[in-house]
Design a protein around this ligand. Sequence first.
Ligand SMILES: C[S@@+](CC[C@H](N)C(=O)[O-])C[C@H]1O[C@@H](n2cnc3c(N)ncnc32)[C@H](O)[C@@H]1O
Length: 193
Amino acid sequence: MSQKISGFREFVKAALRDPKNVSTIFPSLKYLALSLIEQSGMKEGHNVLELGCGSGAITKHILAKQDSLAAYVGVEIDKQLVQFLRTSYPGTQFLDASADDLKASVADASIDTVICSLPWTLFPQELQESIIKEILRVLKPGGQFTTFLCLHSLTYPGAPRIKKLFSQHFSKFEKRVTITRNIPPANVYWGQK
Ligand SMILES: C[S@@+](CC[C@H](N)C(=O)[O-])C[C@H]1O[C@@H](n2cnc3c(N)ncnc32)[C@H](O)[C@@H]1O
């Protein structure tokens, strides 16, 4: 895999530009990426939305199955990372947007699965709630959602709050697995509309 596609340098630069939104200098490792995809229920014919693409650590594993998907849309708030993603994956749709404001581009009840790596525990409650509402707006009934929380971040004040919000808003919500082969290790969560 080329240096450019790995995106490590671009990710570190983004983390230095905006540490609160990027949250780590280490892009997810493939064990976490593959677990999120597996737990998401992503399958042939699905419309997939990815939130917080970063430099593409999870994106590249989703796009490896792109031919079997109906559609893929990636969302990333950092403009330079979006530019990097567009250059790395020509012809793929990446929105230069915040995950709580997708109305212009993603229709109601149009998405089968949302794969998300946003730094939930660092967000204020209003943003946590508005992003969850946006995820529920775009998901089809019965649509699925996966995300992760890094183990060290479970001690942050935002952690119990976001887990409570997930449980309140999704009809089903549960912790699925702990991925220790990631820097940092993380719990993977699953929800269903
Ligand atoms: C923890 S990083 C994950 C990056 C990559 N998916 C990975 O797993 O290595 C979180 C990413 O979410 C992006 N992000 C933060 N807040 C966002 C928001 N409100 N909307 C969209 N993306 C956001 C950050 O810029 C960053 O790239």
